[in-house]
Design a protein around this ligand. Structure first.
Ligand code: MGD
Ligand code: MGD
Ligand code: SF4
Ligand code: MO
Length: 694
């Protein structure tokens, strides 16, 4: 049904938007009546309209949730948050920022967020004007290893998948038909499979995607890197790689081949490490190399281990040496749209940053985002330099990062803490100032999407902000005025900066505003026509000189040196996955989603459960060397023996909000600080536990 028909039947008006629930940020259209969002669905003009996602559809609740933050708050001397005016809040924050800059330098300000394009305003204010190099996404908790592997190999942070044209897909530690079931690209994979595309899934557990795969490889946790290297060994030994492509476009192919062969990363070697038979490894390697076009990719099941970075480097190398890259049916190096900045800061007003960014100063020069696990050290011990002001926006590390107690200690010690959220999140509860943001339904945003081609999503306010909440761009404008930078943030309405930001797009502002989306051409093999890649060699780098210069291995290997494995005292590997009908820590106060699933659980293999006398639904205590938690057990054949899996993991247990409070279990205190030694990405799955019935 078109927008017009729906509007006629429902008496609504359409306002284009964007879904903020999960990181895919689908373009949407909101149907509004009498100042209320009645209905949301995928934007009909967008190729990636996702209209069937239950999380996205039910997100309209956030526009009217009575537990939303309505006004700014400040913690008083008794530790209680009290209402404060915007003017007071911004005046006080600006004064404290100035004092901290004068005493400790601009780098003492750290600002963390998670996936918001309005962050450009923050970059202008805190980055360019105030001068801190420490503005970072919260990616160390997410896809950090994949991002670093992609930057190294492709000079591109986020390759996406062209499932629609693929004939062979191999997924490592990703569950697109589980948590991400309704996403446009995953529906494309299903369609492709109907046309004969083969799907191979590597996962220790029979995930929803493994259930639908032609072949499921139940690998031992954390050993994917060995399997990938053994596939490379077979492909190199049998010369089934794409020689012409490697000659022209691959930097370091001969070094990679020599490395794989001389280290004898054979299928036989990998068999004992991974639990996958050598015959299977050879058969899958042959099929991958000989079926064109193909793609393979990995996500959380790889990045959550200390072995994850090298596993992804090898997975990307396999795409490259078989010539399966940036063509139809391959991993695509997404082209960006020509967006301008919403505001400009003149050269002479920019504060040159003197200190290294924290990530580099902490010894992680290649980390794409700040290794947030080291932030407590900077706050508590001034190492590598003092951090005095902390901002959190659209992220909730008190709930989503490991080592919760250490995070709480840091928050108690830091001089200034500010959380900008739509709820009184756990991080907000630990912050001195809490600033209410307007929800995605109440603000504008111009963002690049995750579709394979260039695509801009232009979300516009559908309703008035709830209470006194404000969009981030208004918060930054207000703060800029208090900090003496008001002249650079001059606009009367969001339309002024949105017009500037979109001026270079080959579409009129009016048409973009009406449709809410603009798409360019999805071009393939851009490196062939656009003068190569942005890597130092201009080619795909499977040997990295940059890694070498930084003292890291230029080639991916497999080492379990940093791995935490089960032992007699802690016999289970505790691993994470996402929950199908919830997302991050956003959704646990949503009545629609809570009516589907209101708690998380730990999944155990039937044989393990029987041995421990645990029945489905029993309460169990899960203990790591770090902490213990009580949670319900789900007994299942889908997890391997020796594995305990907590879906989603971080969203439940002590949530803010009437519906969320007291439901399920917050598992993150069980995790120690554990990171990939090169990327600084968090290794959530490197946790061993003991389980007993209570
Ligand atoms: N519904 C919903 N959707 C979401 C989210 C959500 O919270 N809920 N979160 C969003 C976010 S932030 C992200 S990053 C993505 C994540 O998207 P995915 O990575 O696709 O989601 P996960 O469920 O974490 O899938 C990880 C899989 O890795 C497996 N695994 C665990 N250990 C290993 C291993 O050693 N090797 C291999 N090969 N596999 C292993 C797990 O069993 C699981 O099936 O999803 C996004 N979408
Ligand atoms: N145990 C365990 N822990 C995990 C994971 C896991 O699988 N298991 N997954 C990890 C992964 S992949 C990721 S990406 C991270 C995610 O963790 P975070 O980056 O911390 O993101 P969320 O948990 O989604 O928290 C989002 C916060 O933003 C707020 N919010 C929502 N919408 C808005 C808005 O419009 N404006 C503002 N200002 N705030 C808003 C929400 O209320 C919430 O407090 O968690 C990681 N932690
Ligand atoms: S997949 Fe669903 S939850 Fe994620 S952005 Fe799209 S509509 Fe929203
Ligand atoms: Mo994530």
């Amino acid at each position: 049904m078109t927008r017009d028909v729906i509007n006629e039947i429902r008496g609504t008006k359409t306002v284009p938007g964007v879904c903020m629930i999960c990181p895919w940020h689908c373009p949407t259209e909101n149907f509004v009546k009498n100042g209320r969002v009645e209905y949301v669905r995928g934007n009909e003009y967008a190729v990636n309209a996702t209209s069937r996602c239950v999380k996205g559809i039910s997100s309209i609740h956030s526009s009217r949730d009575s537990d939303r933050l309505l006004y700014p708050m400040k913690r008083n001397s008794q530790g209680v948050h009290e209402r404060i005016s915007w003017d007071d809040a911004l005046t006080q924050i600006a004064a404290r920022l100035k004092a901290n800059k004068d005493a400790f330098g601009p780098e003492s300000l750290v600002y963390l967020w998670h996936l918001d394009s309005n962050e450009t305003f923050t970059h202008k204010l805190f980055g360019e004007l105030y001068g801190t190099p420490n503005l970072s996404g919260h990616g160390a908790a997410c896809d950090q290893d994949r991002r670093l592997a992609a930057l190294e190999t492709f000079a591109h942070p986020l390759p996406v998948k062209d499932y629609a044209n693929s004939r062979f897909v191999m997924l490592w530690g990703a569950d697109p038909f589980g948590p991400n079931e309704a996403l446009h690209e995953n529906r494309e994979l299903l369609e492709s499979m109907k046309k004969g595309c083969r799907l191979v899934v590597v996962d220790p557990n029979r995930s929803r995607t493994a259930e639908k795969a032609h072949l499921w490889l139940p690998i031992k946790p954390g050993t994917d890197g060995a399997l990938a290297l053994a596939m490379a060994y077979h492909i190199i030994e049998t010369k089934s790689y794409d020689q012409a492509f490697c000659d022209e476009w691959v930097h370091g192919f001969s070094e990679f081949a020599e490395h794989v062969l001389s280290n004898e990363y054979t299928p036989k070697w990998a068999e004992t490490i991974t639990g996958i038979s050598r015959e299977t490894i050879i058969a899958v390697a042959d099929e991958f190399a000989l079926t064109k076009p193909a793609l393979m990719d990995g996500l959380k099941g790889l990045v959550n281990y200390t072995t994850g970075l090298d596993a992804l480097r090898t997975v990307f190398a396999l795409n490259v040496i078989t010539g399966n890259i940036d063509g139809p049916g391959n991993l695509i190096l997404k082209e960006l749209a020509p967006l301008d900045m919403p505001v400009d800061i003149p050269e002479e007003a920019i504060t040159a940053t003197e200190q290294l960014p924290l990530g580099s100063a902490m010894g992680y020069p290649l980390a794409p985002d700040m290794p947030t696990q080291l932030l407590p050290e900077a706050v508590l011990e001034g190492n590598p330099y003092p951090v005095k002001s902390l901002f959190f926006h659209i992220c909730n590390p008190a709930q989503s990062d490991p080592n919760t107690r250490l995070f709480e200690k840091m928050m108690a010690a830091v001089d200034l803490s500010v959380t900008i959220d739509i709820y009184m999140s756990e991080t907000a509860q630990l912050s001195e100032f809490v600033l209410p943001e307007a929800s995605t339904y109440e603000r504008a945003e111009v963002r690049e999407s995750l579709w394979a081609g260039p695509q801009v999503v232009f979300a516009q306010p559908a309703i008035e902000p709830l209470g006194e909440s404000k969009p981030l761009y208004e918060i930054m404008k207000g703060l800029a005025e208090k900090m003496g930078y008001g002249e650079y943030f001059q606009w009367n309405s969001w339309e002024d900066w949105a017009r500037k930001q979109t001026a270079f797009l080959p579409v009129t502002y009016e048409e973009l505003k009406e449709k809410g989306v603009w798409e360019g051409e999805l071009r393939y093999h851009k490196f062939k026509t656009d003068g190569g890649l942005a890597t130092p060699s201009g080619k795909f780098e499977i040997y990295s000189n940059l890694f070498e210069e930084m003292g890291y291995s230029p080639l991916p290997g497999f080492s379990e040196e940093h791995r935490i494995k089960p032992d007699a005292e802690y016999p289970f590997q505790l691993i994470n996955c996402k929950m199908q009908y919830h997302c991050g820590t956003h959704t646990q106060n949503n009545p629609y989603l809570m009516s589907i699933v209101s708690e998380n659980w730990v999944e155990l293999n039937t044989n393990d459960a029987r041995r421990l006398g645990i029945a489905d639904g029993d309460r169990v205590e899960v203990s790591s060397p770090q902490a213990s938690a009580t949670i319900s057990a789900k007994v299942s054949e889908a997890v391997q023996p020796g594995v305990a899996r907590v879906p989603h993991g971080h969203g439940f247990g002590r949530r803010f909000g009437t519906l969320a409070r007291g439901k399920g279990t917050h598992i993150n205190p069980l995790f120690e600080t554990r990171m990939n030694p090169v990327s600084g990405g968090i290794s959530f799955n490197e946790c061993t536990v003991n389980i007993r019935k209570i």
